[in-house]
Design a protein around this ligand. Structure first.
Ligand SMILES: Nc1ncnc2c1ncn2[C@@H]1O[C@H](COP(=O)(O)OP(=O)(O)OP(=O)(O)O)[C@@H](O)[C@H]1O
Ligand SMILES: [Mg+2]
Length: 446
């Protein structure tokens, strides 16, 4: 059996040994290097699945290692270990392209979880079914936070449909928690002890996807899959992510499988596109659509979840404070207002990332409006086009920019405002002129 291969770059032999022991026990193959140079030599020579690097190394920093690895092997995920005293380096690591960071001292579960998550994402991209098999049993979902009417309806549907074998279609914008809900459904079902297998229909070419799902080469007519993800999910649940991307030929194949009930698998599918509309346009088979959407769960975007934004923000602040060994007791009015007013086009994922960055950088136990300017690099996302379900109005970016200017101009400098908006100072000045938004007297004097 192929095992996932980890490289640990750390000059502290004690720590490297602890990590090595931990992962060997979990069935990984691990190697060590004590310097950036030695680490890069190993990356060049061997085929690793993941690198864990310390920040401070005798001949450079973990950031140097990340940069070099990004050039050598852009696909190779890197996790950086950093210490509490150099918290900014956690953000620097993420910016340099690390997939995650771990703060010293860390507990084993934390590191394991980070590694599993990073590998899972990599294997979905690399269609490595063998390694994926080793990971799925370790998949532990987080709790679902939310008390808004929309989320309550979702949780109610999860509770009601978990015991049955009915196929569930989950739709929602990017980052709304589709995979989390799918995992919750599985783990609340009688199939919980059996595998939860994730298949991303959007990540692979048609042929690779056919092999991945059915374990068969293109056009094989055999009815029952003998290997592949469908077979692996036997007795459990198969999560078909981005199901709208399923090529027509595979839609037919899947439909036959469902109709003839050849294998005992519960199907949960997810889409960020409007699948009903795709069906109307003839891009998705009608019969398959009805088979997959016996129960339909719609995840509302975060901007429609009212009180959940504060609940989510607090939940993530607590989680990341715990991860970082910090204390965060609350938010000031400005920070809270931002959480409530920002449109969160990247939904829960974006909110989570923003809070994580704010907690890393926070100097006090209260997260403040001033911390916002620091975490703002996430904001240029607003300008990305967001696929919206149900014909909802696209985000009014101008409105948002206006809102930020009006809300924060008294408390922030022009540079900070520009940074919050992800635009240059000159662009900010142009917008003001264009829209006749005068600087308030207070901000002019700063
Ligand atoms: N209600 C929630 N409570 C707590 N965490 C949540 C909630 N919804 C989402 N998350 C977290 O937000 C992140 C994104 O969620 P998830 O990956 O399930 O979204 P998704 O809809 O599958 O996104 P995409 O369309 O981009 O694949 C995850 O870290 C998830 O744990
Ligand atoms: Mg997803």
């Amino acid at each position: 059996m192929t095992r996932a291969r980890l490289l640990v770059i750390d000059d502290d032999p004690g720590l490297a040994e602890v990590i090595e022991l931990l992962f060997t026990r979990e069935g990984y193959a691990t190697e060590r290097a004590a310097t950036v140079k030695a680490g890069l030599a190993r990356v060049r020579a061997a085929d690793f699945d993941l690198v864990i690097t310390d920040l401070r190394l005798p001949d450079g920093t973990g950031l140097d290692a990340i940069g070099a690895i990004r050039t050598l092997r852009p696909e190779l995920p890197v996790i950086m270990i950093t210490s509490y005293s150099s918290m900014e380096s956690a953000i620097a690591a993420l910016r340099a392209g690390a997939v995650d960071y771990i703060i010293k001292p860390f507990d084993n579960d934390e590191l394991l979880h980070a590694v599993e998550r990073a590998l899972k994402e990599r294997f979905i991209a690399r269609e490595n079914a063998i390694l994926k098999r080793n990971l799925k049993s370790a998949y532990r979902p987080w709790p679902i936070i939310g008390d808004s009417p929309g989320l309550r309806r979702v949780l109610e549907l999860v509770r009601k449909s978990a015991p049955s074998d009915a196929a569930v279609l989950i739709s929602g914008e990017s980052g709304t928690g589709k995979e989390l809900v799918a995992a919750a459904l599985h783990y609340a079902s009688p199939r919980a002890e059996r595998p939860f297998v994730v298949a991303n229909c959007g990540a692979l070419s048609r042929d690779a996807l056919e092999r991945e799902l059915f374990g068969q080469a293109r056009g094989t007519a055999a009815l029952e899959p003998t290997e592949g993800l469908i077979r692996e999910a036997e007795g459990g649940t198969l999560f078909l992510d981005e199901v709208s991307e399923l090529p027509a030929a595979l839609q037919v194949k899947l439909l036959r499988l469902l109709e003839e009930k050849l294998i005992d698998v519960r199907f949960i599918a997810a889409t960020h596109r409007d699948l009903a509309a795709a069906m109307e346009r003839g891009e998705f088979r009608r019969d398959l659509y009805y088979r997959l959407s016996v129960i339909s769960i719609q995840l509302p975007p975060v901007r429609e979840r009212g009180p959940d934004r504060q609940l989510l923000a607090r939940h993530f602040a607590e989680r990341y404070a715990r991860k970082l060994g910090k204390r965060v007791t609350g938010f000031d009015a400005e920070f809270s207002a931002f959480v409530d007013n920002y449109p969160w086009p990247g939904n829960v994922r974006e909110l989570e990332n923003m809070i994580e960055r704010a907690v890393i950088l926070a100097d006090s136990e209260t997260l403040t409006g001033r911390d916002l300017a620091e975490v703002a690099p996430a904001l240029p996302m607003v300008r990305a086009s967001v696929p919206l379900l149900g014909g909802a109005r696209p985000l009014a970016i101008e409105e948002y920019i206006r809102e930020v200017i009006e809300r924060f101009q008294d408390s922030h400098t022009e540079t900070e405002l520009a940074r919050m908006l992800g635009i240059g100072r000159k662009a900010l000045w142009m917008r003001r002129r264009q829209w006749g938004l005068r600087r308030s007297r207070k901000s002019v004097s700063r």
